[in-house]
Design a protein around this ligand. Structure first.
Ligand code: 3H9
Length: 699
């Protein structure tokens, strides 16, 4: 047919094969090729047609790179009308992942057969979209409304077996898929099997279904706060029960188009590609091979070290967990076991799984047990002198070629590396708390870190299920360096007159997982207080940015752990409650500095906090600390609760318009403290030239 699709007659069966690597996406050539193959199959003397794919997977969906470009005929919906009306038996033969438009193709075939390792799903919601080629209509007709709600609003894939139990797959096979598909086709043809069309199945929506749709609406209103696609999916499922198939298909089409032109989908599609781009390091030779990591040493069995140990143990990698004494390391092991016990209780893990993970972790109080490990991650107290001592000792113990990584959040990797005789083997691997949950890993390249060490750290991150982003060396790396500016503006908004509730609600309403002051209460206000005690007045900076936090701590309000901070916390439910006592302390602190509170709009709060982030992000980019703007977005969405549907701080200002963002920054420069609002020259340049952030690379 064309380069992407072939058609071959094999006796009574025609075989359409899609070959569009890497994931057989439904690019224009694939759609056109399938349409042509269907036309050929309709005209020849076959009785059935099998649709299958070459390579590692069945069709993994529409070609996401085509979204936003001028449409090219045939569209997927048009192609599926042709497939639905095909005069002969159609059978989808699924391996790998049949996702999105790919699964919609399969659902449109009369029969579906899959190898037992295959997965199917409708993940469009994760891209801010909905299944736009009949998925919201055929799924409930085959599997019922409740199953369709779960599949389409979660976007999570199903195993072939599970899909078969839900009537979405007709037969699950083991072994040679094509041979099984051919014999299935022959069996169906010989048995005069009907041209079973999901489009012709009746769907009677029950009162319970309606209630479930409504209940899901409410639930997702909270869970996916601010996201449009989940609500639109529910509209389509309701239409499936209330309209004829063709009418409901038209409803789905218009809802899909609304999603496609929604900035939320542009942001989520940006994140899809950003995650994949983050794994690529432009400066590394393409053929560089990561070294094997079979055994990892972790130093420090506290919350961080324990969480990191869990990540490796769960990926099947042996861990030696070291702390100063047997008691300290045992306390760490007990904490890990306690975490796993909660997962078992919640049904997330089985006892056997946990036993397997725990067996991968060996406790030790001797550094000498790290002599043979391939990688060590140091997660001790955040103090440079202590870290240097640890690395000097590791240098004397670890085998040549072992990678020595620090989980430091701020310290200089170069100074740590200088404590060893092998700075080329040293780098940062900065996990985020809780390390077993948070997906982000910042891989921090020191001046001497070798290419192989960087490549291995990135590959190791992937192996343990993290999204790894490369950061150059600077204080706080990408994420925490930017966070200081965000935190500063939150503190200043509070000082200038906003309440904790207003600031947090404004940011949460905008989409942040948690507002900045609530995050402060969660992390513990005493931590920053203790850190400030070590600093000179000059190092502490403007008192307006910390005096309120200081006064709260001095009043015994450390945050959630002491039951009160910016808020008061219900001892039973941990609910965050406004607290007049905190408001009095805040007001008194304002008075100490002679601040007269003013009204601050939610819009100002959101703009100040998000633009402060992006402005520092731009500096990080122009200094070459981050490889590309999208890496910064990945850091924020995976490490700091930035809403994915806003695409990260850099995409957010790109979508808003760089010139408009610079204009707003100028307003802040003239009305607020100008020292805090020095505009990154990169943003000024881009605003002047009209070029975008997405394509910016430092030479
Ligand atoms: C849809 O179908 C809408 C329809 O309902 C309606 C239409 C009217 N398009 O992830 P990987 C690239 S929406 C274009 O690293 P893995 C990817 O960027 C779509 N490109 O591999 C990467 O490129 P590079 C619904 C795509 O083995 C390369 O392929 N479908 C697409 O870890 C390898 O990808 C989805 O949302 C695509 N659809 O995972 C499924 N997919 O090498 C999205 C991948 O240049 N895809 N690429 O970086 C996935 O979830 C995973 O890629 C998959 C493979 C699980 C398939």
């Amino acid at each position: 047919m064309n380069d992407a699709v072939s058609y071959e007659q094999q006796g009574a069966v025609g075989v359409i094969t899609v070959a569009n690597p890497p994931v057989n996406a439904l690019s224009h050539s694939v759609r056109a090729g399938i349409a042509e193959a269907l036309t050929a199959s309709a005209a020849d003397d076959t009785q059935a047609v099998v649709l299958c794919c070459d390579g590692r997977t069945f069709i993994a969906g529409a070609d996401i790179t085509e979204f936003g470009k001028p449409p090219q005929s045939p569209s997927l919906p048009d192609l599926l009308v042709q497939l639905d009306q095909h005069p002969k038996l159609t059978i989808a033969a699924i391996h790998g992942t049949a996702l999105g438009g790919g699964f919609e193709v399969a659902l449109t075939c009369n029969y579906r057969l899959a190898v037992n390792t295959a997965k199917v799903g409708l993940p469009e919601v994760k891209l801010g979209l909905l299944p736009g080629a009949g998925g919201t209509q055929r799924t409930p007709r085959l599997a019922g409304i409740p199953a369709a709600i779960e599949l389409i609003t979660s976007g999570n894939p199903l195993s072939a077996e599970k899909a078969a139990s839900m009537k979405l797959i007709d037969r699950v096979v083991d072994g040679d898929l094509l041979a099984a598909a051919m014999s299935y086709a022959e069996e169906l043809a010989q048995g005069d099997a009907p041209l079973r069309r999901a489009s012709a199945l009746p769907l009677d929506i029950s009162g319970e279904d309606r209630q479930l749709i409504e209940a899901t609406r409410q639930r997702l209103n909270k869970k996916t706060r601010g996201e449009h696609a989940p609500q639109r999916i529910l509209d389509c499922l309701l239409a499936a029960g209330e309209q004829s198939f063709d009418e409901a298909l038209a409803t789905e089409r218009s809802q899909f188009m609304a999603c496609l032109s929604d900035p939320q989908s542009a942001a989520l599609r940006h994140m899809f590609f950003a995650e994949r781009a983050a794994a690529k390091i432009d400066s590394l030779p393409r053929n560089i091979e990561p070294t094997a990591v079979h055994h990892v040493g972790i130093i420090g069995a506290g919350t961080m070290g324990g969480g990191i140990a869990m990540c490796f143990a769960q990926a099947g990698i042996r861990v030696t967990l070291v702390d100063m004494s047997d008691e300290a390391v045992q306390a760490g092991i007990d904490k890990i076991a306690g975490n796993y016990a909660i997962s078992v209780k919640r049904g997330r893990l089985s006892e056997d799984q946990v036993a397997g993970f725990m067996a991968n972790i060996t406790p030790s109080s001797r550094y000498s047990d790290l002599a043979e490990v391939d990688l060590v991650i140091e997660a001790v107290f955040e103090n440079l002198a202590v870290k240097k001592e640890v690395f000097a000792e590791l240098d004397s113990i670890c085998k040549p070629g072992a990678i020595l990584a620090s989980n430091t959040s701020y310290q200089s990797i170069d100074e740590i590396a200088a404590a060893t005789s092998r700075p080329e083997s040293v780098l940062g691997m900065h996990f985020f708390s809780p390390a077993n949950v948070m997906k982000l890993l910042e891989v921090v390249q020191g001046a001497a870190s070798s290419e192989s060490v960087i490549a291995t750290a990135m590959a190791t991150g992937k192996k343990i299920g993290k999204v790894s982003v490369l950061s150059g060396m600077c204080y706080g790396f990408i994420g925490n360096r930017m966070l200081r500016h965000y935190g500063r503006e939150a503190a200043l908004c509070l000082m200038e007159g906003a309440s904790p509730r207003q600031i947090d609600s404004a940011m949460e309403h905008w989409g942040m997982a948690m507002g900045p002051l609530a995050v402060g209460d969660l992390a513990g206000l005493d931590i920053g207080y203790k850190a400030r005690e070590q600093l000179s007045e000059a190092q502490k900076g403007d008192p307006k940015t910390y005096i309120i936090a200081d006064r709260l701590v001095e009043a015994g309000r450390f945050g959630q752990k002491s039951g009160a901070g910016y808020y008061r916390y219900d001892p039973e439910t941990r609910a965050r409650l406004d607290d007049p006592v905190a408001l009095e302390i805040i007001d008194a602190a304002r008075g100490e500095l002679g601040m007269v509170p003013r009204d601050i709009s939610d819009e100002e709060i959101v703009d100040r906090l998000t633009l402060a982030l992006a402005n520092e992000g731009a500096r990080i980019l122009e200094e070459g600390i981050a490889q590309r703007a999208s890496d910064i977005d990945v850091v924020y969405c995976y490490g700091y609760g930035f809403p994915r549907f806003r695409g990260g701080p850099m995409h957010n200002i790109e979508a808003r318009g760089i010139a408009e963002s610079v204009q707003r920054l100028r307003e802040f420069q003239s009305t607020l403290d100008p020292d805090n609002w020095q505009i990154a020259s990169l943003l000024e340049d881009l605003a002047a030239s009209g070029a975008g952030l997405a394509d910016y690379r430092r030479d």
